[in-house]
Ligand binder design. Structure first.
Ligand code: GLN
Length: 391
């Protein structure tokens, strides 16, 4: 056991991200990695060419710490184009290193030690450590049932005098839930009534299925003044390694995010910010193709999983399928989700993420594992065929 006493209390409780651990383990064993959610196909050629041009140009030194002006202008323009949002690039937009850093800088900007933050679970694994780093305490609200809905009274009842914000991710990783307008109204109502901030991770905004529509909560009445809308280029343009994300927030909160961000990373990569402008200006048809391609991948993997006997939740958005594996665990005498995920790597050569990574109450994820599908058909078929061993 390593000696942890030389580490801060803050990080002593952190363990390696299970998502990245699974990527490492499958690389050792060999097999198909449906754990860490990242495409195995190239980004749009026009975007890669834009990056080449930026590298050949004069974009080698720091950009303005809170984002290159032309990128902030493109972000503001895109929010107007898609959602009719009135975004001022000078006062509302901050560019960070991926939406993960954007979330962290946001939490650092608005939370004090002792504050409480309401987070829906299952949740994307970074939000917990993000709160701990900020000294705040997460208060968890379960998303339950096949549709991952929440009980409005439970949400209202979770608010205390120390509550400062509600954090959620829609479309949701790992459940594939897309918060409906009615649900957003309930959250907005709680925010307005108790003067809370809504902090939303909307990184999968363009990946929605079956005619589903993504609604930013910032577009609801009186919510722009109390919402931090976080997104980025990773998922919409298949460049998860570029680390360009951003927040749209009211001016005084943008100022706070910029202060935190400045001391955390100084700035996102300048040439990639320049290239991102090209992506944000892609025509509407780009997003139709993106959605259609992801829906086909979803259907392909879902078919294999169901034939293999997994109990699947059909995602409405994002690129993950959360499955229930309780019956497999019973059949093969496996104790929990982590053991099951390890077993699946050994037995079938397919890496997934154990469900408990997405729950504060690990028991809720004990019989679940998550598959991701931002993969080419041949890779999804390979994984799908391997899993038929279980059927
Ligand atoms: N967002 C991706 C996922 O959920 C990758 C995250 C990560 O590397 N932790 O798989």
């Amino acid at each position: 056991m390593p000696d942890l006493t030389r580490l801060s209390k803050r990080v002593q409780g952190f363990t390696e991200s299970v998502i990245r651990e699974m990527t490492r383990v499958v690389a050792q064993h060999g097999g198909v990695n449906l754990a860490q959610g990242m495409p195995n196909f190239p980004p749009p050629q026009a975007l890669v060419e834009a990056a080449h041009r930026a590298l050949d140009g004069d974009f080698h030194q720091y950009a303005i710490t809170w984002g290159a002006p032309n990128l902030r202008a493109a972000i503001a323009e895109k929010y107007r184009r898609f959602y009719g949002m009135d975004v001022d690039p000078e006062r509302n937009v901050t560019v960070c290193c991926g939406s993960t850093e954007t979330m962290l800088s946001t939490l650092l900007a608005v939370l004090n030690p002792g504050d409480e933050v309401i987070i829906f679970e299952p949740f994307y694994e970074n939000y917990g450590p993000g709160c701990i780093i900020s000294g705040a305490e997460p208060v968890w609200i379960p998303l339950e049932g096949r549709d991952f809905t929440f009980d409005p009274d439970r949400l209202r009842g979770a608010v205390s005098p120390r509550t400062r914000a509600i954090v959620f991710n829609s479309p949701n990783n790992p459940s594939g839930k897309v918060f409906s307008r009615e649900e957003l109204e309930v959250i907005a109502d709680v925010c307005r009534r108790h003067d809370l901030l809504a902090i939303t991770d909307e990184i999968y905004e363009h990946i929605v299925y079956d005619g589903e529509v993504h609604v930013p909560i910032a577009t609801l009445p009186d919510m722009a003044e109390r919402t931090i809308t976080i997104s980025g280029i990773s998922k919409s343009y298949s460049v998860t390694g570029w680390r360009v994300g951003y927040a749209v927030a009211p001016p005084e909160i943008s100022d706070g995010i910029r202060r935190a961000h400045d001391f955390v990373t100084v700035g996102a990569p300048a040439p990639l910010q320049e290239a991102a402008v090209t992506a944000l200006r892609f025509p509407d048809s780009y997003y139709v193709t993106l959605r259609t391609a992801y829906q086909a991948r979803r259907d392909l993997l879902l078919g294999y999983l169901e034939r293999a006997g997994f109990v699947c939740n059909r995602p409405r958005g994002a690129y993950y399928i959360l499955t229930d594996v309780a019956h497999f665990m019973d059949r093969y005498g496996i104790q929990d989700d982590t053991a099951f995920a390890m077993w699946l790597i050994r037995e079938c050569g397919v890496a997934t993420v154990p469900g408990s990574s997405f729950y504060a109450h690990g028991d809720l994820g004990r019989a679940k594992i998550r598959f991701c599908f931002p993969k080419t058909d041949d890779m999804l078929r390979d994984a799908g065929e391997r899993l038929q061993k279980l059927s």
